[in-house]
Design a protein around this ligand. Structure first.
Ligand SMILES: *Cc1c(COP(=O)(O)O)cnc(C)c1O
Length: 420
């Protein structure tokens, strides 16, 4: 059966891959380890250590506080870089700051404050937990109704379910463009248009979309968005997140955390809070400069590749996972748990198996393939087009099939752990 898609075909795809050379722009210490978790924590760009070393020694060590006139613009500067290379947004619409969770809170609260008498928030019932928790807290504190939209674990939210829930009481809709579990991809323009018809605002979570699929915030009519930079953007563990507020909306929104970085003429140290004009008003406090700095070398690689080419390769990597699952793994109880149509899927593919947790552990410890487990019974595989080769996907699937033939997970513990 291994002859149905021989390994040399994967090698041929790599030989024709226009992004193949970019793999060398990442630190890959262990060539035998197959890393399919770039959608949790992207790899370390090769230029990052020296870039940070220079910043620490010169910017911090030598220049000290005299570096701040440069650093103070970095949230905006990096926001504009992201806007141009990954988000389809205009200059002055994106800043990098805080975490995705905090930015989600800031923008959701600002939208709710501006929503007049509307009292309903909609969220995908299967959305990433932090989104649901933040909204639960906001709804509780304000006495609003949070409605959970039923959504298919494999196929994601259907547009007709959203349409059925949209009415003139809806203030805010929070959705992920790409589902963290299945990879289901939403049509952002269609969702934005449906919400606009009833006067509701959509706040997009782009964590699994940015750097994997083309995001066109301006063209799709998006108003608000947040997302993280440590997944497909390779900004490093805990790298600060971004937020986007459409230009036309900025002056009408006030965020709830009135910090001094969001203040007009910050260094006049005025008596009362007066929000800065533009997107700066969504900043809060002193940014983590070392973490911000790591985004520059990461964005250099992204800009060189271009999201269109990343997407084209990501589709084919995903199709390879789907095809090899069908051919090799179905007899062993695996099933594709993501949309099969690549137009409806982001960068990762999930496989259903009742023993997914044990399998994901066995795969990492016995077969040296790092993917991850997602509740309730999904093995999630996230090939990152900037550094994952077709042959890596082929080998990972081959190792998984070998594991399945031997049922090698049977002796692996199945208890939950602190991180999965
Ligand atoms: C990874 C992820 C987050 C992470 O939020 P943090 O505040 O950075 O922990 C949020 N939302 C989604 C959809 C994610 O995939």
């Amino acid at each position: 059966m291994r002859d149905d898609f021989p390994r040399y075909l994967a090698k041929e795809l790599d030989a024709a891959d226009p992004l193949a050379d970019l793999r060398d722009r990442f630190v890959i210490g262990d060539d035998d380890l197959i890393y399919l978790d770039g959608n949790s924590l992207g790899r370390l760009p090769a230029a990052t250590p020296a870039h940070l070393d220079r910043l620490v020694r010169q910017g911090w060590g030598d220049q000290l506080v005299r570096s701040w006139p440069t650093w103070i613009e970095w949230g905006r500067r990096l926001g504009d870089r992201l806007a141009a290379h990954a988000l389809g947004a205009r200059p002055g619409e994106v800043v990098v700051s805080d975490s995705t969770s905090v930015n989600l809170y800031k923008l959701a609260a600002a939208a709710l404050d501006a929503a007049g008498g509307r009292r309903t928030i909609l969220v995908d019932a299967e959305d990433f937990p932090t989104d649901r928790y933040v909204l639960q807290g906001l709804a509780q504190a304000r006495g609003l109704t949070l409605r959970m939209l039923p959504s298919d674990l494999d196929e994601g939210l259907r547009l007709h379910e959203l349409r059925a829930a949209l009415d003139t009481d809806v203030a805010l809709v929070v959705l992920s463009a790409v589902s963290y579990r299945s990879g289901a991809l939403l049509d952002m323009a269609a969702v934005n248009a449906a919400a606009r018809e009833v006067g509701a605002v959509v706040l997009w979570d782009l964590c699994h979309a940015v750097g994997a699929v083309p995001v066109e915030l301006e063209a799709s009519g998006a108003e608000l968005a947040v997302g993280c930079t440590y997944k497909y953007l390779n900004g490093g563990p805990g790298a600060p997140a971004f937020l986007y507020v459409r230009r036309e909306l900025q002056s009408r929104l006030r965020q709830p955390i009135q910090g001094w970085f969001g203040q007009r003429d910050q260094f006049l140290m005025g008596a009362d809070y007066d929000p800065a004009p533009g997107v700066d008003r969504f900043l809060v406090g002193t940014p983590p400069i070392l973490s911000l700095a790591a985004l520059d070398p990461a964005l250099d690689v992204l800009a060189e590749a271009g999201v269109a080419r990343i997407r084209a390769k990501g589709r084919r990597l995903g199709e390879l996972i789907v095809a090899l699952t069908d051919a090799w793994l179905t007899p062993h109880g695996f099933r594709v748990a993501s949309p099969r149509d690549p137009d409806r899927r982001g960068g990762h593919v999930s496989l259903h198996h009742p023993e997914a947790l044990r399998i994901s552990r066995a795969l990492a410890t016995q077969a040296r393939v790092v993917g991850d487990y997602r509740t309730p019974d999904r093995l999630r595989l996230g090939p990152a087009p900037l550094y994952t080769r077709y042959v890596d996907v082929w080998d990972a699937m081959d190792r998984l099939r070998d594991l399945a033939e031997r049922r090698a997970w049977e002796h692996v513990p199945g208890e939950p752990s602190r991180v999965t």
